[in-house]
Design a binder for this molecule. Structure first.
Ligand code: ATP
Ligand code: MG
Ligand code: MG
Length: 284
């Protein structure tokens, strides 16, 4: 699996996700493979206070056998864009994934291997002996190897203006390391750091007024940071393929740790971490 692709003629870049799941249309829209969950979210978002923070959604298009979601290209008009994808939340799997994984307690040697590769001391003595771990164990462990579980987000990748992509930020654990990464990403340009900071404060306000946000468990969604050499900088909410409605009675707070069954995602824990870290980067 390749994690990103670069189209030089349009300078469109895919920083995360499976190659082929996104493409640029001839008309300059981003086409993402259809999912009902994501299309439903985008429908709601176009009528929500969060609309200015989401790529414009233009409905669906079918190409051959496949159906796609038509999105505004957030890189349009930028030259040599610099991009960062931050996956938000204190967990990156849905509760239902965990439940499903539990009903099938098969030991997975592939997941055991991945675990050992990242941290040979992570498996228990029993797991070492079995040479396998359950999927539910793996899912829960994985989010503790990045800042996801503690800071409420992780940096998935950064593309710098020369087009190279760095993905080793996933090992970042502390806020000080995040600040370092932000200074690297912005090359310490104060105007850009400030533009990102005020955009995130505006997002924070919009989230408070959003019915969509109160009623959706937001899992695996990213904030996409983009700027170029002109000091324009912007942040967008993307990727709603795992964002699902909760019943109206159980409105979410998003700023409390997750306990199974609560469906809390910790999205605001991540946003607060990012805002704090940007403030620190500005005052360096
Ligand atoms: P994953 O679930 O692995 O994160 P995915 O297949 O759900 O990936 P997205 O996260 O929606 O895909 O998008 C992957 C990447 O494509 C983003 O990191 C970003 O670089 C790029 N991208 C997505 N949507 C847009 C857009 N509207 N405009 C510009 N770039 C985009
Ligand atoms: Mg994504
Ligand atoms: Mg996704």
């Amino acid at each position: 699996m390749m994690h990103w692709s670069l189209r030089r003629q349009s300078s469109w870049v895919q920083l995360a996700g499976h190659q082929g799941s996104l493409q640029l249309s001839d008309g300059g829209e981003v086409l993402k493979l259809y999912s009902e969950v994501e299309a439903n979210c985008l429908d709601c978002l176009m009528r929500d206070p969060l609309r200015p923070f989401v790529p414009q959604y233009h409905g669906l298009v079918t190409k051959g056998e496949l159906c796609y979601i038509r999105l505004e290209d957030l890189l349009s008009g930028l030259r040599k864009p610099v991009i960062m994808d931050c996956k938000m939340g204190v967990r990156t799997y849905q509760e239902e994934e965990l439940v499903k994984a539990r009903t099938n307690a098969t030991l997975r040697s592939d997941m055991y291997q991945k675990m050992v590769k990242i941290d040979p001391s992570a498996p228990s003595a029993e797991e070492h002996e079995q040479g396998g771990v359950t999927k539910s164990r793996y899912l829960q462990w994985k989010d503790t190897t990045s800042s996801t579980a503690t800071l409420g987000f992780r940096i998935e990748g950064i593309m710098t203006e020369d087009g190279s992509v760095q993905r080793d930020f996933r090992k970042i654990m502390t806020l000080a390391q995040v600040t370092e990464a932000l200074l690297f990403f912005t090359r310490r340009q104060r105007e850009i750091l400030e533009a990102y900071h005020s955009r995130l404060l505006a997002l924070s306000d919009a989230l408070k007024n959003s019915l969509f946000f109160r009623t959706h468990e937001v899992i695996g969604s990213s904030l996409l940071f983009v700027h170029d050499h002109s000091s324009r900088a912007n942040v967008w909410m993307i990727d709603f393929a795992k964002t699902t409605p909760v019943s109206d009675a159980s409105r979410l707070r998003h700023n409390v740790p997750w306990a199974e069954g609560s469906r809390e995602d910790g999205y605001l824990i991540g946003l607060t971490s990012l805002i704090t870290s940007l403030s620190q980067a500005i005052s360096v």
